[in-house]
Design a protein around this ligand. Sequence first.
Ligand code: AMP
Length: 415
Amino acid sequence: MKFRTIKGTKDILPDEIAGWQHVESVVRRVMHDFNYREIRTPAFEQTGLFARSIGELTDIVSKEMYTFLDRSEESLTLRPEGTAATLRAYIQNNLGEQSPLTKVYYIGPMFRQERPQAGRLRQFHQFGAEALGASSPLLDVETMVLPLEIYKQLGIDRFALKINSVGCEKCRPAYKQLLQTELRKVFSQLSPDSQARVEQNPLRVLDSKNEKDRELTNNMPLMSEHFCEKCALHFASVRSLLEALSIAYEVDGRLVRGLDYYTKTAFEITSTALGSQDALAGGGRYDLLIEELGGKSTPGVGFAAGIERLLMVLSKLGKSKQTRATPILYFIGLDEPARIWAFLKANELRRQDICAEVDYLGRSVKSQMREANRQQAHYVIVVGEQELKTKAAKLKNMRTGEETSISLDDIKIPS
Ligand code: AMP
């Protein structure tokens, strides 16, 4: 029996790794420049954490979580996103008491049992950041700038930023009722998914991707027409800060996003280089969530961005990093004592940070040479009885073909 990857999961093979490492290093650099520190939380948590934060009625919680009972009958779930676990760690470790503002980022795998298609996987990777402890719109904008800066540094300049505000606990309830009244009038014509949301989360109906739903809700009232003064001011500040930074954006009054925890700002970044799954990143403010999870009332804002989709965009734009690591020095051993000597010497050089490689397969000289070429070694040294006796050999530059005499006791690689 041959085992295979689970549907919706992928191996990331050595030939692809340069692209991943490049993205990760740009993420880390930009996060560092913005003074966000990395946090790593476990891949699985108590199921209740996600149900409570993301929302029982969301697609993620109701249909997509990998939930299982462990051997002690506790319900656990592979994390479907990064915010809930980050906040759990923030509360559990009293990070809020160490400093009034906590800025953290993460990179890692997430798990959702969605229908796999291009750009939609069951194990996928996200990077994201959370700024916890302040309600300033400066941070709403900072969490938009972070992914945009990362995309820019990776060479992507075409993306669309859509923003909205979903109101707060003061203005949303009245608007929710108003919207519900309107939705009930067309209830029977709505898609089953939207029907299920009318009572619990009517705002999500506006965000439905179903054409008929969109048509029916086209002229329905929007949250922006019913903001309280604080929400109106907050949204206006976000907009003017984006303008001050010359960041193009579009206000999308229907943008709600698939997680229930947002208050005020919600945003999404899409790429025209992607097909139907065009969302690259999403985020927003969640001022009630930390308290909801048992912490002190603390405002927060954050974003999450998909790495696989980002790599798809980079490859469509011809900006993928494909450089592979190649050995700097390849030893070719003519006989067994020379091979052993090369093995020991390679270990010594590796300690000096020189990527040195030897033959482990007892190959002929010809096929060792072929292997050095296949691996695109920069230099080759051939060693045999004669070289070991005189401690002298030739260092061959594989790019130019040039050979220089060297001492085996003092191997120096030209820089
Ligand atoms: P979300 O946590 O749903 O707001 O998603 C944030 C970002 O993660 C999206 O914009 C996508 O780029 C990425 N993403 C979400 N779900 C998947 C998935 N199933 N497969 C691949 N990428 C995903």
